[in-house]
Design a protein around this ligand. Structure first.
Ligand code: ATP
Length: 304
């Protein structure tokens, strides 16, 4: 499809600290996001949607992706149309998906961020990035970071962002799981485990991790990766413990569940090490798929 095309990266959380449940049902988070080179591409064009579907999606394991206005990309397009005062926007959205669906890598949020940018261009809407950021935060907590990219500290629900100085080029091995995990269910499991005393919030700050990022040393970064949602993801999907163990046995400097899971990410010492690790992990046949990814990469950006 010819139109406006935007590339957008997946995110991983190098640190994800989850506060107590708030009265509004959300949790305060303190997180360090990094955008990595697993990329979705979103194209928007003028025209009536085919067979009433606003969204077309291509990729593997995309059955769980809605094609109507429940799709976050469609909701992003509607938000830009409203801003531009377009009552009946003609738009088709095509998504080429590489980011795993419900994998803890913010795939839906990434597509929403890409669509915001693409529709601003398509309809030549005269608003600056700050306005787009506000729309992004209304669509979902991870959407602003998908616009920004790089490495950043996120607070609030994750939408208040400050870029972090990152001196490294980090090589990750991403292990896809057979299934999906629902983010709300993982947060609920985290609350349940805490209520029965089976999990505790991580104490401390991310200062050391931020210093390690500045240093560029994977050996310094490895022991500082932390994810408060990991015990909950492991409780809901016990096989992830074996995946994490396998990666570290094969020589990863560290392994962690990505966000709410079930994708796991492993840190390599350098490019060759990560590529070798990815090949070995794939060779075991014990994970659905394996990819080498680098970070940080830029956030959503126009490619055509
Ligand atoms: P996060 O890491 O932000 O918690 P996730 O990566 O675990 O999210 P997503 O891939 O964003 O999960 O999908 C979560 C659910 O959102 C899917 O099961 C699907 O029903 C819905 N969804 C809506 N729009 C999209 C989209 N564009 N891509 C994928 N899923 C979408």
């Amino acid at each position: 499809m010819t139109g406006v095309r935007v590339a957008v990266p997946a995110k991983i959380n190098l640190s994800l600290r989850v506060g107590p449940l708030r009265p509004d049902g959300f949790h305060d988070l303190a997180t360090i996001f990094q955008a990595v080179s697993l990329i979705d591409e979103v194209t928007v064009a003028h025209g009536e949607p085919d067979s009433g579907r606003l969204v077309t999606v291509r990729g593997q394991r995309i059955d769980g992706v809605p094609l109507d206005d429940r799709n976050l990309a469609a909701r992003a397009a509607i938000a830009v149309a409203q801003l531009a005062g377009l009552d009946d926007p003609d738009v088709r959205i095509e998504i080429d998906k590489s980011i795993p669906v419900a994998g803890g890598m913010a795939g839906g949020s990434a597509d929403a961020a890409a669509t915001l940018l693409a529709c601003r261009r398509l309809w030549e809407v005269d608003v600056d990035d700050a306005v787009l950021h506000r729309l992004a935060a209304e669509l979902g907590s991870d959407v602003p970071f998908c616009l920004l990219g790089g490495t950043a500290r996120g607070t609030g629900r994750g939408e208040h962002l400050v870029p972090v100085l990152d001196g490294g080029q980090w090589h990750w091995v991403v292990a896809f799981d057979e299934g999906e995990l629902s983010t709300p269910e993982v947060f609920a499991e985290c609350d349940r485990l805490r209520a029965i005393g089976a999990a505790e919030p991580t104490l401390g700050s991310d200062d050391e991790l931020i210093a390690a990022l500045r240093s560029g040393s994977p050996q310094e970064l490895a022991p500082l990766l932390v994810n408060d949602l990991q015990p909950a993801a492991l409780a809901l999907r016990p096989s992830l413990a074996a995946t994490l163990e396998l990666g570290t046995e094969l020589g990863a400097l560290a392994g962690i569940v990505s966000g709410s899971g079930p994708t796991c990410v492993f840190l390599g010492a350098d490019r060759d090490h990560a590529i070798g690790l990815a090949a070995e992990l794939a060779g075991t046949g014990r994970v659905r798929g394996v990819r080498h990814a680098v970070g940080p990469v830029r956030g959503a950006h126009l490619v055509a």
